[in-house]
Design a protein around this ligand. Sequence first.
Ligand code: SF4
Length: 174
Amino acid sequence: MRRLLLKNLVHGPLTEAAPAPDEAAMAELAARVEQTARRRLGRTLAIREVDAGSCNGCELEIHALGNVLYDLERFGLRFVASPRHADVLLVTGPVTRNMREALERTYQATPDPKWVVAAGTCARGSGVFAGSPACVEGGVAAVVPVDLYIPGCPPPPLELLKGLLALLESVSLS
Ligand code: SF4
């Protein structure tokens, strides 16, 4: 053990440093999301995250949007606890059979207009859980209507923001 500690002190960690976030790009994108939401909805965007059986990798990236590094609440991007307060359901995971009803009920509890964003490869019905008897075949779209897919395993924060912006720019409010 002592030898291992000494070796680590001399050689340093073998892991690679995490890539630095592009803070300027994040801030610009988040500001655009806020402006577009205010223009189209008349207020900022409220998101209810639904984990429909993910491995939690997607959640780590989604949580990053609110951490001290990105702090996107300063741009009005809010994660809400109740679907009754949400504009967007951000769904991750392949939709396990046990989560199917919870996802349906969450969708029904969300007031109109509402949009569903399926984030991550699993949510599309493919990925590492595809074909599992524990999962619904076809992913999120087999349970609730999906307005936008954000690809990636997992999708990083920048891609999540790009997806939300694309959603706001494309949805019909009529
Ligand atoms: S897309 Fe990847 S990171 Fe996200 S839940 Fe599936 S396996 Fe995990």
